[in-house]
Every structure is written in C-alpha cells, then in structure tokens.
Design a protein around this ligand. Structure first.
Ligand SMILES: Cc1cc2nc3c(=O)[nH]c(=O)nc-3n(C[C@H](O)[C@H](O)[C@H](O)COP(=O)(O)OP(=O)(O)OC[C@H]3O[C@@H](n4cnc5c(N)ncnc54)[C@H](O)[C@@H]3O)c2cc1C
Length: 821
C-alpha cells in the first residue's frame, strides 16, 4: 500500500468518469502533483451502470462542442492507453410521432449542420430502413446523426484513469474524504479516512454525493437523485452489433444494442426522486429495487415502437440513482462561496456523453482561473444558496428528469417548486391575469390576460393565446405607457472610499461620473470578452448601486470580490431583495409620473442616464431615467415595503394615460426592435464589445486602465470578422424564436442569439453574430452585397440584415444599450 501524500497541488474527489476525466486533462495540461481519491472503487458510483449512449446534440453550441470532443476522445483513448473503451460510432435515430416534434427535429438538423454536426432529416420509411425492428406507420419522420454512438462507461473510466496515471496522477481507491479544510475563505486541504492532505485546489467530482460534501463548507451544489431505469432483453434476432441508438421522445424512450439484445430505458414525465437527503457512503456498485409500476409507461411505449419486444425475455432490470439538477444542465466551476474549491457534478443522465468535454473544460478552468469559453449554461454561479433547499430540490428534480424528452417549446416554463421567489406585487399581478415565468427563482410576469382572467398559456411554434396580449402591451409601450414589475433585477451595493477606483478597474466604461449619474458598461475578462453587463448608478462619492440582470448577481458578486485589490476599502452587498423595481415606460410616462410626483421630470431637470430620489404619491423611491425598451421612461427602485403603495398609486392615476401592465415577452420584443443586447445571448465570454457593437461603452483611454483593456487594444488592430447584426424577416407571417441559422448567399454564416415578433415592425426580428471567412472585415458594404436568409426548420426565408437597429424612428445611429429615445 502506498500511503497518502501529505500535500498535493490538486485533490480530486471522486473516481467516476468525471473525476477521472478531470484528472486526465489536468495531467495533459502539464500539471503535476495531482491526487484522486475514491471512497470505493473506480466507476463504482453512478458511472458503472450507465447505458452508455453518447448523443452529440445539445441546445447550447458550446455544450455540443464539448460532447463532440468527448466522442473524439473516446475514439482515440484505446490507442493511447491500451485499454478498450467500447466506443462504437453506430449513429443515432430520433423519431417524431407528431408534426410539431418534426419541426423541432428539422430545427435541430439545421442547427447541427451549421455547427458541423452531420444530421439528416428522414422520412419514416428511410428511418425504418436504418432500424428494421421499428414500427414506422405512426411516425411523421426522423433525424439521423451518423456521428453519435455508444461506449462502455466503466471501460472509459478505466482508460481515462490509466491516461491520468501515465501523466503522473496518483489515484487512491478505498479512501473517503470526510471533511474539507478551509482558511479565510480558501480551501486548504481534505481530511480522509487515511489521513489529511494539504492542497491548493480541491475538485468535487463526487457525483450524487457532491451536494452533501459541499454543504459542509457552505457551498451550494443543487442536485438531487432520481431513480433511473432501463431493461436489457435476451438476445434478439435482427439486432446487429452496429444497430444505431434510437430515441422516441414522444414515447419517452431510448434503445441501444446490448450483447445481441436491446437495452431500453427512458425519461418518464413524472420521475421518482430517490428519497434520500443524505446518500449513504457505502452505496458502491449499488442498485435500487425494480419498480415496474414506475417503468410501465416506458414499457407500454416501447411495445408500440418495437413490437417484437413482446416475444423476448428480460434479462436485467436496472434501477440506478443519478443526480439531477434544477434545470437539466450540469454544474461546473469554482464555487463562489469558497476559493480553490471546484465542482464537476450533477450530470442528469448525460455524464458519459458529457464528461470527456466537461473534464477538459473544468481542467482548463482550473489552470486559467476562469472558464476559457462561454459555459454559462452549466456555470455553478447560475445558482444561489436558496437553490440548495432539499424540499424544493426534491420536487424540482421529479420534473427535471422528464425534460429530456418533453417538447422544449420556445416559451416552456418549468412548473415544479413554484411559486418560488415572489415580488410583493405577485398577488396583484396575478389578479390582473399575469402569466408568470421563472428566472433565478423569481416569479416574473410574462404577459397579462387582463383583470380577473386566468391566462391560458398555449405552447407551440406559432401564435398562441399570448400573442395578441403581448402585441397590445408592446404597442402600449410605444404609444402610451406601461408598467413592468422588474423586481428580479440584481442589485449590488458597492461602498467604501476605494469604491470608485476598484469599479473603474473592474469595468470597461468610465464610472468616475458625478453623483446622480448612471453608466452602462461591460465587465470584461483578460481576453476582453464579457463576464457581465450592468448599469452602475453613483449614489454618493463612496457609494454605487450596481444594477444587473436577474440571473447575474451571484456571478457578478463572485467576479467583483475575486478581482478587487486585497487591501481595498470597499464592500459588496447583494441587496436584490430589498428593492422592488417598477419600470414606467412609454411616451406618456412623463405625464403619468408628473401626476403622482412633485419632482422636476423635464428633460433638463431629469436628463437621461441620471438617478435621484423622487416622491411617488406618499412613497419615496429612487428613479432612474434609462430604458431597455427604447422609449422615454423611468425605472423606479422602490423599497419593498412601499411596493404596493407605488403600484396602486400608478394604476389609480394611469387610466387617462392609457396605462397597461406589461410583461417580459413585451420587454423582449421591444428591446429586439431597438437592437439592445442581452447577457448570456448576445453578450457572453465568447464576445468582445467590438464584436457586439458596444465599442461606445468602452473607454480604452481612461486613467488606470481596466481588466481586458490590453486584449481590446490588440483586437482593435485586427479586422472585425465576426459581428452582431439585427435581422428582420421579409415575410411578415413566420415566427422566429432564436437559434435559427443565418445564411449569406446560401452558406451558413451564423445563427440568431435571440428572436421574437416585432409588433411595431410587423415582422419577426432578431439579433445574431455573423462571421466572415478568411478573417476579412464585416462592414455595411459586405452585408449589403449579400443575400441573407434564415433557415426556419428547413425552410429558407429572406431576411434584411444590418449593423443598425431596425426600429429607429428618430434616425439616430444606434449606440447600443440605453440609447436616449
Ligand atoms: C440507469 C442509468 C443510465 C444512464 N445512462 C446514461 C447514458 O446512456 N449516457 C450518459 O451519458 N449518461 C448516462 N447515465 C448517467 C451517468 O451514469 C452519470 O451522469 C455519470 O456516471 C456521472 O459520473 P460522475 O463521475 O459525475 O459520478 P459517479 O460515477 O457517481 O462518480 C462519483 C464518485 O465520487 C465518489 N465519492 C463521492 N463522495 C466521495 C468522498 N467523500 N470521498 C471519496 N469519493 C467520493 C463516489 O464513490 C463515486 O464513485 C445513466 C445513469 C443511470 C443511473
């Protein structure tokens, strides 16, 4: 027995596929002194019983990219390590029972092909030729992905472990981590059943155990286990070894060849959480009892799709617990609560497909100290502490599992564990017929059916019940005035005598402005790409209010506190819950506010980009003159205890001005017409302000510089061969949703990051990045010389493309976010 070292640079907890992949990639990046600890034996957690399906396509491009990397890695690991991985590129079929599912598959095919993932729509009979066992007379069609495959999870894990060992990683089995050592907000090591190891970095790849271990040091890893089941049949005729993987999402099921028979499992709509807040330490190579009642819905559907299953015996019923997260994406990155403590867990039954790429991405994150590409959909900072509540998690994951195959309608909202976080106005908005969506836990009004009405939400690819209501809210904002409850905005108070100096270094715009001014700015990393975008309001010489997107406060707090000078006199406090935000927007907003306020609201008395206290009825609020909808308006920051008062005051006075409630769908269509960018879509760690058309919000010459400046100076010297454009369809009928491929002269050049129906323009409008091969510059002349189309589920639609925003009645050149209307 080799004894544990007293010190290691990195300790990885967990010898499943993710821990081994992370160790392998850290070694490949040249890091030494890495230890991996596994409480049982390698792959004995969840990995050993995975079905081993590897499907490449995900709804986020970078996640697809990572899985493609997994497939390349699994294909070459045997040659490198001498250990087989069972990787077989057998291709996969996904079939559609409904026309609407087929639309989804055609959309996926367009997206996949634009990303270089081969994907071909098929007729039912073509699908039947590839999978003769399958019934096809009830199908509408299918897609074929020849690059998909399957692998043996335990073998991949062993091969990764061998590759890691070859790179110098020391692996200890039968060694449980029993505690994490910390000092002054940093991890310093681990306690184990075999002794203590001091470490600079600790990586929690503990699978379904990751939550409970992280919790001991105040880190939230919101995952909870569900029972996930499959069966394996006896050998069957007509099941060749290279039979493709087949998925029938309308029946919730998947199939794979397994030793001459079929492995069939699925994702039932109502899953069964494994009712264990604490996973037993000794659940090694563990299985749960058969549950045929739970499996029935999958079995019934399997018999429809592959009728010959009726005549074959079942060899194995596998029921294994797997960890699921609140949103079906895994959890990656350095914990915001503890420096040096990284997490790679919560794989939602996609850990075999994902871990090759996710291990590489996590290793790069550890080495670089920040993600090296946009990983926001899986970033641990998308969650806050409240997401770790066990009662909530348990109810949420019962829904999450089924999302794999549930129709991912463009406006789909998760239903479980709601209502969750509520604005003080929630009940009032509900009484006005609000249909609520959910972001960062907040219940947010998306649209209003009207007073006393219950909103009927119809999901679909076309105009649903919501469409006319949103059109009316949109028009009321352009022509009269609306009020939107935007309480979910993140709000961070930055205080101290060094607040200005530190913020100047943290953001790209110049925030050394007089008290009472607001500044829109990007927060950039050393690569000069976006970490966030926000508005900073100067409330006093030494006090700033940072207003950020609903999803961003944890991320922003983490970024700012991490990059602030160690000896700086400055504090950051998340005050999101202390303020309700009511946006009063539209050409008649000034008239409405004048009726309820004695403040000077004239253009000179209250100019654009300023903020100050005003009275609204009996309440005193902070009013900020800015807009994300392209109209005259004020955002009112209202202490929560005055929220109801202000809301009632506005509505009591609003009738004569045509005041309406509006929701987030209208905000979205309004901002798209004005070309305003959104974090996570147009602004990500893959985009610079120059590419995003936000150069006006960068002050390269400001004294003292800022994080990302050098990269931007270097970027300025090169032609902009990738740029954000606004896109408007010529045909007024079709609805775009985002994600569609953009073509120039028939060749894919990008895709839409956001899209919606522009009710003022009378056509679908979107934003998207286009790229030009050969590194040549994209300018108006190149755009004008091209014939642009959008691929909407296989149909090509003519589109106008421009660097300018499409709705610009004043003829102003767009300056980006917060333009003065
Ligand atoms: C029935 C079933 C079918 C599946 N099919 C597929 C599929 O077809 N395709 C796919 O991509 N995915 C599939 N999955 C999902 C896949 O198995 C998981 O996502 C993946 O194995 C997770 O890997 P991991 O390394 O994160 O977790 P694990 O494999 O659980 O590894 C975590 C390890 O950490 C160890 N550990 C935990 N705490 C400690 C501690 N304190 N000290 C030391 N060690 C510790 C555990 O013992 C464990 O070995 C399936 C899952 C199930 C249940």
């Amino acid at each position: 027995m080799v004894s544990l070292p007293a010190h290691a640079r990195v300790v990885i907890i967990g010898g499943g596929i993710m821990g081994c992949s992370t160790a392998y990639h850290l070694a490949k990046l040249g890091w030494k002194d890495i230890v991996l600890l596994e409480q049982g034996r390698l792959s004995g957690g969840t990995t050993w019983h995975a079905a081993g399906l590897v499907g490449q396509l995900r709804s986020y491009q970078n996640l697809t990219r990572l899985i493609r990397y997994s497939t390349e890695l699994y294909a070459k690991l045997e040659a490198e390590t001498g250990l087989a991985t069972g990787w077989k590129q057998c291709g996969s079929l996904t079939v559609a029972r409904t026309e609407e599912r087929m639309v989804l598959l055609r959309r996926s095919a367009a997206m996949a092909n634009a990303q270089g993932v081969a994907c071909e729509p098929l007729t039912p009979s073509q699908a039947g030729e590839k999978y003769p066992l399958m019934r096809t007379d009830d199908l509408v069609g299918a897609v074929w992905l020849p690059g998909d495959g399957k692998a043996n999870p335990a073998d991949i894990t062993q091969a990764l472990a061998k590759g890691a060992r070859n790179g110098g990683v020391r692996i200890f089995e039968k060694t449980r981590v029993t505690g994490i050592d910390t000092s002054e907000g940093r991890v310093t090591g681990v306690q184990t059943t075999e002794g203590r190891i001091k470490a600079e970095i600790v990586v929690n790849c503990g699978g379904q155990w990751a939550r409970q271990l992280a919790r001991t040091v105040g880190v939230t890893v919101p995952l909870y286990s569900c029972e996930h089941m499959y069966i394996v049949t006896e050998k069957m005729e007509d099941v060749p070894r290279d039979l493709p993987v087949m998925r029938d999402p309308d029946g919730y099921i998947y199939f794979k060849e397994e030793v001459g028979g079929l492995l069939m499992g699925g994702f039932e709509p109502q899953a069964k959480p494994w009712d264990k807040d604490v996973i037993p330490d000794d659940f090694e190579f563990g299985m749960l009892p058969d549950d045929w009642d739970q499996f029935q819905i999958l079995m019934d559907n399997a018999l429809i799709r592959v009728p010959s299953l009726e005549r074959v015996g079942i060899k194995t019923f596998m029921n294994g617990p797997e960890s699921f997260t609140p949103d079906l994406n895994y959890i990656l990155g350095e914990a915001p609560q503890l420096r040096g403590f990284f997490v790679g867990a919560g794989f939602n039954s996609m850990g075999i497909a994902s871990s090759g790429g996710a291990g590489m991405a996590l290793a790069e994150w550890i080495v670089a100290g920040e993600p090296t590409l946009d990983l926001w959909p899986v970033d641990i900072r998308r969650f806050a502490g409240f997401h770790g509540n066990d009662t909530w998690l348990k109810s949420r994951v019962a829904e999450t599992l089924g999302l794999h195959y549930k129709m991912p309608w463009p406006q789909r909202e998760q239903e479980s564990g709601r209502p969750f976080r509520r604005s003080p106005l929630y009940d009032r908005l509900k009484a006005r017929g609000a249909w609520f969506g959910n972001k960062m836990g907040w219940e947010r009004p998306n649209w209003f059916a009207g007073i006393g009405k219950t909103p009927e939400m119809q999901y679909g690819w076309g105009r649903g019940t919501w469409f006319d209501a949103v059109a009316a809210e949109h028009r009321a904002t352009r022509e009269a005035v609306t009020v939107v409850d935007e309480t979910s905005f993140g709000k961070i108070l930055v205080q101290g005598r060094d607040a200005e100096t530190e913020l100047q270094r943290l953001v790209a715009n110049d925030i050394a402005v007089p008290v009472g001014r607001t500044v829109y700015t990007g927060v950039l990393n050393d690569r000069g790409t976006f970490e966030s975008d926000l508005t900073i309001a100067r409330l006093a010489r030494d006090r700033f209010l940072v207003i950020t997107g609903s999803a961003q406060p944890v991320r922003d707090m983490d970024w700012m506190t991490r990059h602030v000078a160690a000896d700086a006199h400055v504090t950051f406090t998340d005050v999101t819950g202390a303020w309700t935000v009511l946006s009063v927007m539209g050409p008649r907003s000034r008239a409405l506010l004048r009726k309820v306020s004695r403040a000077d609201l004239s253009n000179d008395g209250f100019p654009f980009a300023t903020i100050r206290e005003i009275g609204v009825g009996n309440a005193t609020v902070l009013a900020s003159r800015r807009t994300y909808m392209g109209e005259l308006g004020w955002e009112l920051y209202v202490p929560v205890e005055f929220a109801v008062t202000v809301f009632e005051t506005l509505h009591a006075a609003g009738t004569e001005f045509g005041l309406r409630d509006a929701g987030y769908y209208a905000v979205e269509t309004l901002r798209l017409e004005k070309g305003y960018r959104a974090w996570g879509r147009e602004l990500t760690p893959d985009d610079t302000p120059f590419q995003a058309g936000l150069a006006w919000a960068v002050k390269l010459e400001k004294p003292g510089g800022f994080i990302g400046r050098d990269a931007l100076v270097a970027a300025r010297a090169k032609p902009l061969s990738r740029r954000l454009v606004s896109v408007v369809l010529e045909d007024r009928e079709p609805l775009l949703w985002g994600g569609e491929t953009l073509l120039r002269d028939g060749k894919p050049v990008g895709d839409l990051t956001s899209a919606g129906y522009g009710h003022t323009l009378g056509a679908s409008v979107g934003l998207g990045y286009v790229r030009r091969d050969g590194g040549e510059v994209i300018d108006a002349a190149w755009l004008d010389a091209g014939r642009f189309e959008v691929d909407l589920a296989g149909t090509r639609l003519k589109a106008g493309v421009s660097l300018r925003c499409p709705f610009d009645p004043a003829g102003e050149r767009i300056r980006g976010q917060g333009i003065e209307p």
